[in-house]
Ligand binder design. Structure first.
Ligand code: TIU
Length: 221
């Protein structure tokens, strides 16, 4: 039976046996100085502020024993999965694959590619490495979620309008019921976060729902 979570644009019908948490790209590359986010010219300190909210969400799902999926945006060391168009967009001084202070920028296995310590995956949680912005593009996410019987996804992570929104749209097209937790997502651009939250819930939940961490926690307690 569904649990109704107060949400925008109307209550989100969470199915307790079929819900997973998806934490998008909470990796050092986006959250710490010297990574990909900073190389693109962004102020990464904005993103550090959501770590406690994401940790609270992780604690909630772990307490329930519900599945947790982490993603990392990353490329193979030979960059064979990185289109030249993507590599070419960065600043010429520090591009994907170049050596930075946390190892090679956005390359799988490098120190900067690790999920931040406070949100590190624990045994049994799924980690999906994705070469694109969306979690389904060139990954086994669809198969992993089907194997777990998941139909409902609760989203957190960074950045709201890039990898989170792209992943939510991909999931929505695949039939998942998607909920984004407002305090557990962030953008380098506050106006982009606000616009993304609004456009997700617009038109009768055209992409999905948004809610507050307090609303979700209270409804599940
Ligand atoms: N640049 C930016 O806002 N985001 C990304 O490049 N990737 C993710 O959102 N993870």
């Amino acid at each position: 039976m569904s649990v109704l979570i107060p949400a925008k644009p109307f209550a989100y019908p969470l199915d307790p046996g079929r819900t997973a948490l998806v934490v998008i790209d909470m990796q050092r590359d986006f959250v710490e100085p010297g990574g990909f986010g900073a190389a693109l010219g962004n102020d990464v300190t904005r993103l550090q502020a959501i770590v406690p909210a994401v940790a609270a969400l992780l604690a909630l799902f772990r307490k329930k024993g519900w599945p947790v999926i982490h993603t990392r945006e990353s490329h193979l060391p030979d960059l064979s999965d990185c289109p030249p168009a993507k590599r070419g967009r960065g600043k010429p001084s520090l591009r994907i694959g170049d050596m930075g202070p946390m190892g090679r920028i956005l390359v799988r296995g490098e120190p900067g590619n690790a999920i931040v310590r406070e949100l590190a995956p624990v045994a049994g949680e799924v980690v999906i490495d994705k070469p694109g912005k969306g979690m389904f593009y060139r990954t086994d996410a669809a198969e992993r979620l089907a194997a777990l019987g998941i139909t409902h996804l609760v989203f957190a992570g960074v950045t709201t309008e890039v990898c989170v929104q792209t992943s939510m749209r991909e999931a929505n097209d695949r039939g998942f019921e998607c909920l984004l937790v407002e305090e557990a997502t962030e953008s380098y651009f506050p106006e982009f976060k606000a616009a993304t939250l609004a456009m997700i819930a617009a038109q009768g939940a055209i992409v999905g729902w948004t809610t507050g961490l307090g609303e979700l926690s209270a409804a599940l307690d």
